[in-house]
Design a protein. Structure first.
Length: 168
């Protein structure tokens, strides 16, 4: 998808890309982030905008579904710019979209180590971290009793939710 306006600076292209991401116009966002990278390279930026590359990978992954290309871009950005919480947030989101929960939460935790109050990371982790405490906390999570009683507790809760009176 072509750019609506041709950005004159990397900051302008980046802001337009973020706005397009928010509007869920992922192809357009990818175009803006690519423009930001191109403008950064023209101005002689050594790092070639790893943050822009991370957002480009996120936009591509959202536009194309599970995209190997988008994942590689986010991983490369995280390796080269390992002090930016936004880069790790994007990496975590892309891992989740590729059904890789372990690496996703590792990326989120790295981002939180850099910026403990990162809003997007907390939102993403809250959306996916839904495990209850084990029924018997003194036993491991995969212990037979925790597994069996955890399933019973989950079924009991779903029955209670189904038959509880609706609030107006």
């Amino acid at each position: 998808m072509p750019l609506i306006t041709t950005p004159s600076s990397t900051d302008e292209a980046f802001k337009c890309g973020l706005a397009s991401l928010e509007q869920r116009s992922f192809q357009q966002a990818a175009s803006y982030f690519q423009a930001a990278i191109d403008l950064e390279q023209k101005s002689g930026g050594k790092n070639a905008g790893m943050k822009y590359l991370s957002f480009l990978g996120l936009a591509l992954n959202c536009a194309q579904g599970r995209s190997e290309e988008g994942l590689k871009m986010c991983e490369q950005a995280a390796k080269r710019e390992f002090f930016d919480a936004d880069v790790f947030c994007n990496l975590g989101i892309v891992y989740l979209r590729n059904r890789q929960r372990g690496p996703a939460f590792a990326a989120f935790h790295r981002g939180l180590a850099l910026k403990p109050r990162h809003r997007r990371i907390h939102e993403e982790m809250g959306r996916y971290e839904r495990r209850s405490t084990p029924t018997f906390p003194f036993l491991t999570r995969d212990h037979f009793l925790n597994v069996v009683f955890g399933r019973i507790r989950a079924r009991w809760r779903s029955l209670l939710d189904r038959f509880s009176p609706e609030e107006a």
